[in-house]
Write a protein that binds this ligand. Structure first.
Ligand code: GTP
Ligand code: MG
Length: 337
């Protein structure tokens, strides 16, 4: 009887697997969209260089970290020697330049936590945010992209998790839930913990890439083409990993005492980071360490209300993966308040 039950489970997992892969494939942006993003970047760089010949533009965030779904906004970083000029002045000047070049909805948001200029390119319909000298974001974008090259299951898992988080309205930092960046780090952490591990810990390997940005040293092994197939001793499929991910964050993670650390490739204790109590607005109810800015907890936005929402959503997802006969249908059902 046991045997029969297991057979059924195995067949079901196979079937779910095909559905998850189909969802993953449907979310991948088509080549022509990538092409349009590049054209927009080239066009913006020309405009910027007329005013600041030395300045450069870098893509960061989901359009460059390989975790971007189709029709994502494009995140751009303007790298510029700013001398004594205030960021807000540069942004206002930038907004002027873009406005007079037919770009639409140009807006300078100079009071935001990360001040930006927003714009829309009418030719492609692409929306774009430009920030200034946020070089750490460019570097952590590279780290995520490098991890994605090691094992395709990371990209598959992160797409499914991001899609779930958006459907369930738990991808909204202004409502106390987590950023996409935090979810991708949670996925990397999870795959580093599998036995056998699916991902290595690049920051604990010999550094082949090293830069110092805003006083933070960022160093890790980035020759990831040498690591392809690194995790192939683990043969888990995407359906099993989706189930495992939600099960881990629902029932296994020790929220009270530990921090998920991609930098160390394991969980570390809250005590050693002094993240055991609330400091100012940072409550540390779910702790996800930024791989480079190690004093930075990406869970700091989560409050005592939203931690419950989050954990209930993890439990809901884990239970669906365990019991539902059509998990792909139920998992992504939009959250209705
Ligand atoms: P979507 O736009 O939702 O598809 O995802 P995204 O990858 O663009 O994520 P998000 O908008 O959350 O963040 C954009 C980029 O900003 C991330 O890829 C990171 O590089 C960077 N970033 C976001 N939040 C933080 C943060 O709290 N700390 C640091 N250092 N970087 C961050
Ligand atoms: Mg983005």
């Amino acid at each position: 009887r046991m045997f029969k039950r297991q057979m059924v489970c195995r067949r079901d997992i196979e079937r779910f697997n095909r559905s998850f892969l189909a969802i993953y494939e449907s979310l991948i942006p088509p080549e022509e969209e990538k092409e349009k993003q590049k054209q927009l970047l080239t066009m913006l760089e020309k405009l910027v260089n007329k005013e600041w010949p030395e300045a450069r533009l870098f893509l960061y965030g989901s359009c460059a970290n390989s975790f971007g779904v189709s029709k994502s906004d494009v995140d751009v970083c303007l790298a510029i020697e700013d001398g004594d000029t205030r960021k807000s002045e540069i942004l206002l000047r930038l907004a002027d330049i873009l406005q007079s070049d037919n770009l639409q909805n140009v807006q300078a948001l100079i009071r935001a936590r990360v001040p930006i200029v927003k714009l829309m390119d009418p030719a492609s319909g692409i929306s774009c945010d430009i920030c200034i000298n946020n070089v750490l974001a460019v570097v952590n974008t590279k780290l995520l992209r490098d991890y994605a090259q090691i094992d395709v299951r990371l990209r598959q898992l992160a797409y499914i998790v991001k899609h779930w988080a958006k459907s369930r309205a738990v991808n909204e930092t202004y409502h106390g839930t987590l950023s996409s960046y935090a979810y991708v780090l949670m996925c990397i952490h999870f795959l580093q913990q599998r036995r056998p591990a699916i991902l290595p810990c690049l920051q604990r390997m010999e550094a082949t890439y090293s830069v110092t940005v805003d006083g933070v040293q960022c160093a890790y092994f980035d020759q990831v083409e040498k690591l392809q197939g690194w995790g192939s001793r683990n043969r888990e499929t995407i359906a099993e990993l989706v189930w495992g991910f939600f099960y881990y964050w629902a029932y296994c993670h020790d929220y009270a005492n530990t921090v998920a650390s991609v930098r160390m490739g394991r969980t570390i204790s809250k005590r050693e980071k002094d993240w055991t109590r609330r400091v100012g607005n940072d409550r540390h109810l779910i702790c996800i360490e930024d791989p480079f800015e190690v004093s930075h907890d990406l869970g700091r936005v989560v409050d005592k209300f939203s931690i419950r929402v989050l954990r209930e959503e993890f439990e809901r997802a884990a239970d669906i993966m365990q019991h539902d006969s059509n998990p792909c249908g139920t998992l992504f059902q939009p959250y209705v308040p």
